[in-house]
Write a protein that binds this ligand. Structure first.
Ligand code: NZQ
Ligand code: ZN
Length: 393
């Protein structure tokens, strides 16, 4: 087990009616003027935004709303939010929605506390923010895990670059998680959420670090739980038990727990971010498209690890480590298909692309030749191009 530090300070309030704690928790964490951030309207239609507004009114907390956050959230709206939060004198940012909304709330919180500095400079890693306003989250979709993560992912619409900023300041102070709030989700978002939750653990699981039995055991139990309950939730997303499992798995899958004591890989996320940056596809769908091609490219670096995964997660063990590894990969890709998640460019809806596009995705993924990705197997431009090629059908 490698040395690690684990800092997951988010207070979680989980279950029916959790959202009703918003005003109390904002006060607990020192907020007195609140900016409420939301997305394209689902929380207006469901009445959730109204309920939260009433809570804040009753608690005597002045607030301002900022809607219109789109999936793959854009830096432009976050910049507007920074100006508005600053003008209003907000001292607390509340995100009501999914990963895109919560990430925008995190970006506004950093921008407002560092007013005068363009926030994208933090995402380009030119500067490291030293302060941020506190953020709280009311979660409406089990998926990205932003409600407990140290990450915020933004897209720059001018350059098509999608970039994450991972810093402790990004951890929300609290997350209010009522699985009933996810009942209004479209089927496709439930599917993409299941994939993203699996991927936050899978991208930490395939590692060359030996040992780590507890981290492995937690990761494997979480994967089995998501796989089982994901299949139920996709058929019936009014199933409280299944949605509860998914929502809690979503938070634990991305708060760092399932990758402790080992080097993390995250190649599939980097490969997927290029697809979302260039084609604006849903995050989880980009991941199910890239996982199979990635696994095919890398498993031979250490087939025993994939064989271990096949046995622990899918209860598959056939002949050699290589055969078991292949069987585990096949089971995973078949699972994605069975829940309706795409596994190729054409299933993703972006069609079969020419080689120039594959080269552009590769260049962008390597930051124009400045980096490799991955740890399980280090991937250079040649590998990345081959992986995109495997997905291109
Ligand atoms: O915008 P509204 O109208 O609210 O609709 C949203 C949106 O269209 C809808 N939705 C959410 N909750 C709903 C609902 N519709 C009906 N009823 C509900 N209860 O779902 C759509 C997708 O929302 P989004 O917030 O984009 O989903 P998700 O939580 O999957 O977040 C994806 C974003 O998070 C980033 C992704 O890259 C992507 O930009 N990620 C953030 C991470 C983090 N901060 O830790 C880690 C992840 O790996 C990921 O990269
Ligand atoms: Zn993700």
């Amino acid at each position: 087990m490698l040395n690690f530090s684990f800092y997951s300070p988010t207070k979680v309030i989980f279950g029916k009616g959790a959202e009703l704690s918003a005003a109390d928790e904002i006060r607990n964490f020192g907020g007195s003027r609140v900016m409420v951030v939301y997305g394209g309207g689902s929380v207006v239609r469901s009445g959730l935004l109204d309920r939260i507004g009433k809570e804040l009114d009753q608690a005597g907390l002045p607030y301002l709303t900022l809607g219109g956050v789109r999936p793959n959230p854009r830096v432009k709206l976050a910049r507007e939010g920074v100006q508005k939060a600053y003008d209003f004198g907000a001292d607390f940012i509340l995100g009501v929605g999914g990963g895109s909304v919560i990430d925008t709330a995190k970006a506004i919180a950093i921008g407002a506390a560092n007013f005068g500095t363009d926030i994208w400079r933090f995402w380009l890693k030119e500067l490291v923010p030293q302060k941020a306003l506190p953020v709280g989250a009311v979660l409406t979709i089990p998926a990205a895990g932003s409600e407990t993560s140290n990450s915020a992912v933004l897209t720059n619409e001018d350059t098509q670059a999608k970039r994450g900023l991972n810093i402790a300041l990004n951890r929300p102070r609290f997350a209010l998680m009522n699985p009933e709030l996810s009942y209004t989700l479209p089927d496709f978002q439930v599917i993409c959420g299941v994939v993203d939750i699996m991927m936050h653990t899978l991208d930490r699981y395939f590692t060359t670090t030996e040992g780590n039995e507890l981290t492995d055991g937690i990761a494997e139990a979480l994967l089995r739980d998501v796989i089982r309950n994901g299949a139920v939730a996709v058929r019936d997303h009014h199933n409280y038990a299944a949605m509860s499992e998914l929502m809690w798995c979503g938070s634990l899958s991305h708060n760092g727990l399932t990758g402790l004591g080992r080097v993390n890989d995250f190649s599939v996320h980097q490969l997927g971010h290029e697809l979302s940056g260039h084609f604006d596809v849903t995050h989880g769908a980009s991941l199910s498209t890239m996982w199979g091609p990635w696994a095919q490219n890398v498993y031979a670096a250490k087939p025993e690890r994939f064989a271990h995964y096949a046995k622990a997660v899918w209860d598959v063990e056939t002949g050699s480590a290589e055969e078991s590894a292949k069987a585990g990969i096949e089971r995973t890709v078949n699972y994605f298909r069975s829940i309706g998640a795409p596994t190729s460019f054409s299933e993703l809806g972006i069609g079969v692309r020419d080689d120039k596009t594959l080269q552009e995705l590769t260049d962008s993924c390597t930051f124009r030749g400045k980096r490799t990705i991955g740890q399980f197997k280090m991937l250079d431009a040649g590998d990345i191009h081959s992986i995109y090629k495997l997905a291109n059908h």
